[in-house]
Unconditional design. Structure first.
Length: 334
């Protein structure tokens, strides 16, 4: 690393001689890697951040966005950030458990949020910030939360009750809470990288999955899944994170401009997430390839009752204090 810095300084010194004292500064490059399609809420928000960051810094910063696992897959990107190979990520919240910050798995608890209003009481409040602060010892700074949406189940057979999932293999993210969620309703959890899900569904490696509608539709899963049940049982969101050393090493004015760009991108991300999920649900229905079922309040209550034991089972892993802070924020009722 030292040799690279020395070489860079030498290049700048030579350039300054030829340009007779003119100020020469290469733009600061931020590599922003993510694993979903460019036309998803996260993909669009990343592009929005790029545009605003470059505008607000007047070209002093260049943001290179790499969607669809072009640089790193799910399991690789966090290490790449810690090593400085990329500067910014927006991983799903389930990724922080394997990193050692298990408190984040509170977001994976089924039915902990009723709606977006509940959710934003956490992500825009002290409970959410307290979690982001726990990333600093890992060399990571948590800057914001971006919505994707609430998850629903898809499979190749109808699902009206929890018993309909029994014995079926469902793809999940790498999360002990999600693993326990599936086992609690007698389904079989299968952890797979997001980039592998379509093929796994197509070839029958797994029977079904849980996804927000925008991920389900943009990854064309409706082509290989005959049924979807709108359960809204879990939340999938992202934390925008940066390499701590890189971020703290930025000039103060640049960092302030980037924070402004990120605040704008966060508002944009959360707005389009709901809009896209609503629109993509209509597109899934219009495709005629996946039959969509919306549960009655009583049917959804049955799913909630079947999954609620996960909260108590995972308390020792997540931390009861963290769970209680979420319960308090949303006035959770079992």
């Amino acid at each position: 690393m030292l040799s690279k810095i020395t070489k860079s300084l030498a290049v700048l010194a030579v350039a300054s001689v030829f340009l007779a004292g003119s100020a020469v500064a290469e733009p600061i490059v931020i590599k922003f890697s993510h694993v979903v399609a460019q036309d998803t809420p996260k993909g669009l928000a990343a592009d929005f951040f790029k545009k605003r960051a470059e505008e607000l810094t007047q070209g002093k910063v260049t943001v290179e966005v790499y969607p669809n696992s072009q640089l790193y897959k799910d399991k690789e990107e966090m290490e790449a950030l810690q090593l400085g190979a990329v500067q910014m990520l927006a991983p799903s919240l389930a990724k922080f458990g394997p990193l050692g910050v298990k408190d984040f798995e509170v977001f994976d608890l089924p039915f902990i949020f009723n709606d977006y209003d509940d959710l934003h009481k956490v992500t825009k409040g002290p409970a959410g910030k307290a979690l982001l602060d726990k990333l600093a010892p890992k060399g990571i700074l948590g800057l914001a939360y971006w919505d994707n949406g609430f998850k629903s189940f898809s499979a190749n057979s109808p699902m009206k009750t929890p018993a309909d999932l029994k014995g079926k293999k469902f793809r999940i993210q790498n999360s002990k809470v999600l693993e326990e969620q599936m086992r609690t309703i007698k389904a079989i959890p299968q952890m797979l990288a997001f980039s592998e899900v379509y093929q796994a569904l197509q070839t029958g490696v797994v029977d079904g999955a849980e996804n927000p509608i925008s991920n389900f539709y943009t990854q064309k899963m409706h082509e290989v899944q005959k049924y979807m049940t709108i359960t809204n049982h879990g939340y999938l969101g992202y934390a925008v994170i940066v390499n701590k050393k890189f971020w703290e090493g930025l000039p103060a004015d640049i960092r302030t401009q980037l924070e402004t760009a990120l605040n704008e991108a966060t508002d944009y991300a959360n707005k389009i997430a709901k809009e896209m999920n609503d629109r993509d649900l209509a597109s899934v229905k219009a495709s005629g390839k996946t039959e969509v079922t919306t549960l009655t309040p009583e049917e959804r209550a049955a799913f909630k009752a079947a999954m609620l034991p996960v909260h108590d089972k995972m308390a020792s892993r997540i931390g009861q204090e963290t769970i209680d802070s979420f319960y308090k924020a949303v006035d959770f009722k079992k």
